[in-house]
Design a protein around this ligand. Sequence first.
Ligand code: FAD
Ligand code: NAP
Length: 312
Amino acid sequence: MGETRHTRVLIIGSGPAGYTAAVYAARAMLNPILVQGIQPGGQLTITTEVENWPGDTHVMGPDLMVRMQAHAEAMGADVIADHIAALDLSRRPFTAEADSGTTYTADAVILATGAQAKWLGLPSEEQFKGFGVSACATCDGFFYRGKKVVVIGGGNTAVEEALFLTNFASQVTLIHRRDTLRAEKIMQDRLFKHPKITVLWHHEVTDVLGDDSPRGVTGVRARNVTSGEATDIPCDGVFVAIGHAPASELVRDQLELHNGGYVRVEPGSTRTSVPGVFAAGDLTDHIYRQAVTSAGMGCMAALDAERYLSGH
Ligand code: FAD
Ligand code: NAP
């Protein structure tokens, strides 16, 4: 049996929402414990330059998250490298079981578990994951120096990944299922002007093609969604950038969810369907999904938790 630790506020997740909640909860003298999860720093640790964090015209995502952690710790938050495997919100204090064996009990919980990359769901994609199929250009782009890569998707992530990959690859093909991108206009402008990038509109990838010995990608098969015609596109790497799904597994049967798994919060607050449990950031937000909005919700969650605890 591991140890049991009690805290007034347990914060689960170490992205912008979690660290901001920790700064505010620590300054409210609530001695919060923050459990980081398997991606300390959250999604911004897998990107390069962030250009829309107020106060920094350019900041590297991983550097920003190191600064946020240092800020939370300087204010007195206890930041712990661990992962919560199970959460019981049916009794008070709330109980969280961590992978390390530690049990956390808490008077209030702030959920800030964010979101994770979505995959196409193809058996061939699964077969070549880590062998040419990736969801993180920042992590794996370096392996494709002088090679051809394909990026799938039409949002900010796909466009950013495509632009970033031009630093290494000889040719980048962005495959999108429609003829308009969701990405910000400034990003689209950069994409269309880039000599190494070609966009294949109205196509869906139906198969990742590759060899078994050694295991590696040789191309993708794409289907024209209007004509149904299939085309094979030779490439060495495939970057899937089709969005993210909320990490709500811990609370799936315990809290009200909406829009395919996002935790529902009362409008204008971070209160969930269980009193004393608050949620912030991408876990709750299917619309904005930005670092700054997540941080803003983290602040709200700490203030909501403080108010809740002072009333109990
Ligand atoms: P996340 O950053 O998703 O962090 C979630 C945290 O929860 C992680 O630390 C994880 O380890 C933890 N966690 C999950 N499950 C558990 C568990 N069971 N136990 C403990 N911890 C757990 N936004 C911008 O504003 N500007 C950008 O330039 C920008 N670029 C981006 C580039 C990429 C490639 C991606 C993927 C996203 C980008 N975004 C950008 C979006 C931004 O990263 C997110 O909106 C933001 O990180 C969400 O913050 P969050 O705190 O809600 O969650
Ligand atoms: P997103 O905006 O949800 O875009 C996902 C894209 O993938 C869409 O173009 C979608 O196509 C496509 N797609 C989804 N499922 C697909 C499938 N099964 N097959 C083929 N294509 C599929 O996701 P995101 O780009 O990851 O962005 C998520 C959030 O993070 C957004 O709010 C974004 O603004 C933010 N973000 C911001 C920045 C930045 O500010 N610089 C950078 C990265 C991310 P359709 O268009 O046809 O639906």
